[in-house]
Design a protein around this ligand. Structure first.
Ligand code: KE4
Length: 430
């Protein structure tokens, strides 16, 4: 595959933008090679500056559940643009999207929109601290909740990839209230509550997608809920990635565990910058201007972004079954690749949740970040490069999750499996 134009573009970008990218994971650092510069997306496909086409299993890291340039979402954006880009004043578009989001989540009475997942989580943490009057928070090693200071501690996603989980530039004072626990290990959470009587909240990705795909055990989540109740702490489900990807009604509908606050992003913006956090009214009413907890944003609830999100969630409301259809496709994909790998003596651990899929080149099941780090990163890099060369665009880090959009067909999945067999054969034959 000719990627000369991408190489040239990357060289220039690196002289102007740190690392040549506006978000670190895009730099292909952990898999090697040159990041592909994209010119356009259409349906299931991405096209790059060299004219190559790829089946896209990243979908902008999750937002594009309906693929690139979905007709109804595109039409909604174009129509919204004709009325103006931003007003910094309330619009009916925000009210209508709020009704949709609230309708999907039993745990949400009120919701506030922001412009990114980071902003949603940062605000949710401040809200939990304001509501409880406590300062400490508990997060899990390997979970990524955006790049706000207090949460950039033993984070997953790009931070994990670079091996500097606790980033420079974050003063120790800013993280001294952040306690760490191990995913799927309730004893480690009990220790946090033994160490601090000032815990405002426990935040978790209930389906972790930033250490690779590692779902929390149902029993673990139930015990987490019980611990929070016993200690007067709030439970935050960070569903920025899993929201509307694993289920249209949240992980709460899958597990029966109801969080106090939910953070959302990605799919709810339909591809435009939207984050959100929601909770029962008692908690949300603590937010300014009604309550004392301050939170704000110039482009929060941007009408064009609201229109895109409204179109996306309306499609889900009209056909919630789409998630189970996508799960069938995701399962076929990972099962097919796992079978292909086994033909060449390669072991893959695979899993899916709704339209999300994950795989590790690992001999053992992955239950937490420590397990994930024992995966074969070098083999992952070879697989990623091989599949890219075959025209399949997978996440460029083993600490990420793959996605199936409605634009990905059964035929594309079968072609992906066939390509993976070719790549595994090439890897084995050196
Ligand atoms: P953003 O600020 O990137 O919109 O959202 C932060 C965030 C919060 N919570 C969860 C569970 C998330 O997965 C994310 C962001 N996800 C990464 C992908 N692993 C975004 C990709 C990137 O950093 O470029």
């Amino acid at each position: 595959m000719n990627t000369q134009a991408s190489q040239k573009a990357f060289e220039e970008a690196q002289t102007l933008i740190p690392g040549g990218v506006d978000s670190p994971v895009r730099a292909f650092k952990s898999v090697g090679g040159t990041p592909i510069f994209i010119t356009e997306g259409k349906g299931a496909y991405l096209k790059d500056v060299d004219g190559n086409e790829y089946v896209d299993y990243v979908q902008s890291w999750g937002p594009l559940l309906f693929g690139h340039r979905n007709e109804s979402i595109e039409a909604a954006v174009i129509e919204a643009v004709k009325h103006g880009l931003s007003f910094g004043a309330p619009t009916l578009a925000e009210t209508e999207l709020a009704k949709l989001v609230i309708g999907f989540f039993d745990s949400i009475d009120k919701v506030r929109f922001v412009s990114s997942g980071t902003e949603a989580v940062m605000s949710a943490i401040r809200l939990a601290r304001g509501f409880t009057g406590r300062d400490d928070i508990v997060k899990f090693t390997g979970c990524y909740h955006g790049h706000s200071d207090a949460l950039l501690v033993e984070a997953g996603s790009g931070a994990a990839t670079f091996g500097n989980p606790s980033s420079p530039g974050v003063p120790a004072d800013f993280t001294k209230h952040t306690l760490l626990a191990q995913y799927n290990n309730i004893e480690s959470v009990k220790k946090c509550f033994a160490d601090s009587k000032e815990i405002a909240c426990v935040i978790i990705e209930p389906i972790a997608g930033n250490m690779g795909l590692v779902p929390a055990d149902k029993d673990f989540l139930h015990e987490l809920r019980k611990l929070c109740d016993e200690n007067g702490a709030l439970l935050i489900f960070d569903e920025v990635m899993s929201g509307f990807r694993a289920s249209v009604n949240g992980v709460e509908s899958i597990t029966g565990v109801k969080p106090d606050i939910v953070t959302l992003g990605k799919v709810i913006g339909g591809g435009m910058p939207v984050g959100a956090f929601g909770a029962r009214s008692e908690i949300m009413n603590m937010l300014s201007p009604d309550g004392p907890v301050y939170q704000a944003g110039t482009l929060s609830g941007n009408p064009v972004a609201m229109a895109a999100g409204y179109a996306a969630l309306t499609k889900l409301k009209q056909n919630a079954r789409v998630i189970s259809v996508l799960n069938d496709r995701a399962s076929r994909l990972v099962n097919g690749m796992r079978e292909a790998a086994s033909k060449y003596g390669i072991t893959m651990q695979t899993d899916t949740r709704g339209s999300m899929f994950g795989f590790f080149f690992n001999e053992r099941e992955v239950k937490n970040f420590q397990d994930a780090t024992r995966s074969d990163a070098e083999l992952f890099a070879k697989f990623h490069a091989g599949m890219l060369n075959e025209g399949f665009y997978f996440a460029c880090s083993l600490y990420e999750t793959g996605f199936i959009s409605t634009a990905v067909t059964d035929e594309m999945v079968e072609n992906t499996i066939a390509a993976s067999e070719k790549v595994f054969k090439e890897i084995k034959n050196g």
